[in-house]
Design a protein around this ligand. Structure first.
Ligand SMILES: Nc1nc2c(ncn2[C@@H]2O[C@H](COP(=O)(O)OP(=O)(O)OP(=O)(O)O)[C@@H](O)[C@H]2O)c(=O)[nH]1
Ligand SMILES: [Mg+2]
Length: 240
């Protein structure tokens, strides 16, 4: 029967970095079940950031990035010898259980995440994360826009109105009504990142009888991400 497992030998090509993107299944429903605040629920974002830290540590990632219900994980070495079924199923399972552990709520239904693998070369890394960060900004404008319109119109009317509006029109409508998106928390516009940072440690070397500076890396959760650029990804060691 073993040869019925026709997908089990499917592997990601070696020597490529890989991004795994995880996305919450039907989280619009979970958001309503858990009564998440709109447009942003800070506790939900805190939980997603904790899940990123778990994933980052468990799979020795280079970078984890989250906004809304999605997480992108940049990996140098794929676990499980790059076996696609293993990577996708274990990472999706790990993300779902980490989410449940950190959320600690009485869920109506077990939450689940899907998982996909995106092999990337060096030049794709910045392009990929810029794409997701742009999406985070679009999500921010739309979320504030729909929240504002729902205060004025019925749900259906608000949904119809926002569909017909361009991003800059929503931005302008909000601005005219006293909501300046430039002033909202950075993480709502740009998402949250997890990566390693170096900590400076001043010590005394007894043998050599002198002061000594050393560096130790630690896992850092960045709620104040810059707009992604080459320098950022060089600094975190994601690109050369
Ligand atoms: N209220 C609230 N909802 C949120 C927040 N973050 C994410 N969500 C919800 O999560 C959804 C994520 O969007 P999608 O991934 O496109 O939709 P989905 O319902 O998860 O559907 P699939 O991913 O296709 O299964 C949003 O549409 C919101 O309903 C938040 O901070 N507050
Ligand atoms: Mg989703």
């Amino acid at each position: 029967m073993k040869d019925y497992e026709v997908y089990s030998s499917l592997r990601v090509p070696k020597n490529l970095k890989v991004i795994v993107r995880l996305d919450g299944r039907a989280f619009h429903k979970l958001a309503s079940d858990l009564k998440l605040t709109k447009p942003y629920d800070e506790n939900f974002y805190r939980v997603m950031a904790e899940v990123c830290v778990n994933l980052f540590k468990e799979f020795s990632a280079i970078f984890a990035y989250t906004f809304s219900d999605e997480i992108s994980l940049l990996l140098d070495n794929l676990p499980f010898d790059g076996r696609v079924e293993k990577v996708n199923s274990i990472l999706a399972g790990f993300t779902s259980s980490s989410f449940v552990l950190h959320y600690g709520a009485d869920f109506k239904k077990p939450p689940a995440f899907d998982s996909r693998i995106i092999p990337v070369n060096e030049t794709d890394i910045l392009r990929y994360f810029k794409w997701r960060q742009d999406e985070s900004w679009i999500n921010c404008v739309n979320s504030y826009g729909i929240s504002y319109l729902k205060n004025m119109y019925s749900n259906d009317e608000a949904n119809d109105k926002i569909k017909g509006m361009k991003l800059n029109e929503i931005h302008e409508l909000l601005f005219q009504n006293g909501i300046n998106l430039n002033d909202v928390d950075t993480y709502k516009k740009r998402g949250i990142g997890v990566y390693r940072k170096n900590k400076k440690i001043e010590g005394f070397n007894k043998k050599e009888n002198k002061n000594q500076t050393s560096y130790r890396s630690y896992v850092y959760t960045d709620w104040q991400l810059p707009i992604f650029n080459e320098e950022f990804f060089k600094n975190i060691g994601a690109i050369k």
